[in-house]
Design a protein around this ligand. Structure first.
Ligand code: EPU
Length: 436
C-alpha cells in the first residue's frame, strides 16, 4: 500500500493537461459488448477503475489491447454473461455492463454491487427501468439475473426519478438495453450529466438512434445491430475542477488545458463567488488566485448543478476562506469523510444531517491523514499542498482509482510530493505479521 509525503507551501506554476473522463470511459467501454465489430476508445485514462472494467469485459468475451491511451476491443465470444463478484466488488460501476449485456444477449448476470463508503448506493432504478422494458429480474445469492422476455425487450415509457433525483448509471443501463428493444423507449427524469451525453453520442456513432441526451427526456428508437466505432471520450470535468481548486488553494496561476469549461459552469460560478477568477481561452483555463478566498454556500445536486464529486475538493478551499461556508450534500448525504481528516489539519468543520458548516481558518497545517475514498483522497492531497509543513497521506490507492499519475503531474507544476511504500499503515503491518 502506498502513501504520499507532501511538503506544503510550494507555489505551483505551468500547465497541466486534463485526462479523459473516468466516468465517461466506464460505460463507453461497456458498449464494446454491443457489437461484434472492432472498436477503439481513445483518451481512456489508465486507472485502476478502467483496468477493472477492462478485466470485466475480458471475462465477458471481449478481447482488449491497451495502446497509448486507447483501448482496442473486439467481441470474440458470448459464452459467459456473468460479471463476477471478485471484480464488481472492486468497482461498483461494473454494474454498467448489465444494460449492454441484457440488450445484446437477452440475458445477463451481474454481481449485486454493495454499498460503499460514500453511502448505501441502491440500484432499484436500474432494475425498475429494465423491468419496464419487459426484463425478468431475479436476485439470488448476491447476483442480479436479468432475462429478456420471449420476443425480446420492448420499448416503453420509463420514469427514472428516485429519492435523490436522476441516476447516471441507471440512465446508462436503461439507454443501452433500449438500443436493441423493439419500438421506442422514452426515459423521463434521465440524468443530464455530460458523461451520459458522451455515451449516447458514442452509441449513435455505432448506429443507435438516441435523441435528447443531455435533457431529462431521452428517446431511443430500437435498432437491430450496432457497428464498430473509433471514439474519443470527453475530458474529465471532476479532475479539471480538482486542479483549478489546487491552483486557488496554493494561490498559483496554473493553467488547466484540454478541459471543457462548458461542463463546469456551476464550479466556475462558485469559484468566482469565492473571489477566484478563472480566465478561459478555448479549452484552457487559468486560475487568477486571490489573497484569501471568501466563504460561500452551495448545494450538490445532479448536473448542471454543483457536482457531488467536487464537494470534497471545494471543502478544502472553504476551510481556508474568510468567513463561514455551508455545504448541503443532496446526492450522498454521508459523503463528508474528507471533513474529519481536514480537521486533523486544523480545519474547523462540523457536519450533521447531510450538511457541513465550515469556519475558515488562516492556515492548514500538515498532519498524518488517510484517504477514505477517491475524492476525499484528492481533496486531502491538494489541502496538503497548501498546508504548513509535512503531510503523510495514507491509502492513496483510492486516488489511483480516478486520477491518472496524480503526483507526477502535480510535481511537474512544482508540488513537493512523493509516493512511498507505506510501512506505517496498520493494514500493511497486520498483513506483514500474518505472513511471518
Ligand atoms: N440512486 C438510487 N437508486 C438507484 C441509483 C441511484 O436511489 O438505483 C441514488 C443514489 O443513492 C444517489 C443518487 O441516486 O443518491 C445518484 O446516484 P447515481 O446513480 O447517479 O450514481 P452512480 O451513477 O452510481 C455516478 C458516478 C459517481 C457520481 C454519481 C453522481 C460513475 C461511474 N460514477 O455514480 O462518481 O458521484 O454518478 O454524480 O459514473 C466518483 O467518480 O467519485 C463517483 C462516485
Amino acid at each position: 500500500m502506498d502513501a504520499f509525503i507532501i511538503q506544503g507551501g510550494a507555489r505551483l506554476s505551468g500547465t497541466i493537461q486534463v485526462s479523459g473522463s473516468k466516468n465517461a470511459s466506464l460505460p463507453i467501454l461497456a458498449a464494446s459488448l454491443m457489437t461484434d465489430q472492432p472498436c477503439v476508445f481513445r483518451k481512456v485514462p489508465e486507472l485502476s477503475d478502467t483496468k477493472t472494467q477492462v478485466k470485466i469485459l475480458n471475462t465477458l468475451g471481449v478481447e482488449t489491447r491497451w495502446e497509448k491511451g486507447a483501448v482496442h476491443t473486439r467481441l470474440r465470444d458470448t459464452d459467459n454473461s456473468t460479471a463476477p463478484y471478485e471484480l464488481v466488488k472492486q468497482m461498483r460501476a461494473g454494474v454498467c455492463v448489465l444494460g449492454p449485456l441484457l440488450g445484446a444477449r437477452g440475458h445477463a448476470t451481474v454481481s449485486l454491487p454493495g454499498g460503499c463508503v460514500i453511502g448505501e448506493r441502491p440500484i432499484d432504478l436500474h432494475l425498475r427501468g429494465l423491468e419496464a422494458l419487459g426484463a425478468i429480474i431475479t436476485l439470488d445469492k448476491g447476483n442480479i439475473h436479468a432475462k429478456a422476455p420471449k420476443g425480446g425487450l420492448r420499448g416503453a415509457e420509463i420514469y427514472l426519478g428516485g429519492t435523490f433525483g436522476s441516476s447516471v448509471l441507471a440512465t446508462d443501463n436503461v439507454m443501452c438495453a433500449a438500443v436493441f428493444a423493439k419500438g421506442t423507449t422514452v426515459i423521463e427524469c434521465a440524468a443530464c450529466e455530460p458523461e451520459v451525453v458522451d455515451l449516447a453520442d458514442c452509441l449513435n456513432a455505432m448506429g443507435a438512434k438516441i435523441e435528447g441526451a443531455g435533457s431529462p427526456r431521452i428517446t431511443i428508437h430500437g435498432v437491430k445491430r450496432l457497428k464498430g466505432v473509433d471514439w474519443t471520450v470527453i475530458p474529465d470535468r471532476i479532475e479539471t475542477a480538482t486542479f483549478l481548486i489546487a491552483g486557488a488553494l496554493t494561490r498559483s496561476p496554473i493553467t488547466v488545458a484540454g478541459g471543457r469549461p462548458d461542463h463546469l459552469i456551476a464550479v466556475l460560478d462558485i469559484l468566482k463567488r469565492m473571489g477566484v477568477e478563472v480566465e478561459r481561452k478555448g479549452n484552457k483555463m487559468t486560475v487568477v488566485p486571490c489573497e484569501r478566498p471568501r466563504a460561500t454556500s452551495l448545494t450538490t445536486l445532479p448536473y448542471p448543478a454543483f457536482p457531488t464529486d467536487v464537494q470534497s475538493p471545494i471543502l478544502t478551499l472553504m476551510a481556508i476562506a474568510e468567513g463561514s461556508s455551508q455545504v448541503t450534500e443532496r446526492i450522498y448525504p454521508d459523503r463528508f469523510m474528507a471533513a474529519a481528516e481536514l480537521k486533523r489539519m486544523g480545519a474547523n468543520i462540523s457536519t450533521s444531517n447531510g450538511q457541513a458548516v465550515i469556519h475558515g481558518v488562516a492556515k492548514l497545517s500538515g498532519a498524518p491523514v488517510m484517504a477514505s475514498d477517491l475524492r476525499a483522497g484528492a481533496a486531502l492531497t491538494i489541502a496538503a499542498l497548501a498546508a504548513e509543513g509535512e503531510t503523510r497521506l495514507a491509502r492513496v490507492y483510492h486516488i489511483d482509482r480516478g486520477y491518472e499519475r496524480f503526483e507526477d503531474r502535480l510535481r511537474k507544476l512544482g508540488a513537493r510530493i512523493e509516493r512511498v511504500k507505506d510501512t506505517e499503515d496498520p493494514l500493511v503491518i497486520a498483513a506483514a505479521a500474518g505472513q511471518q
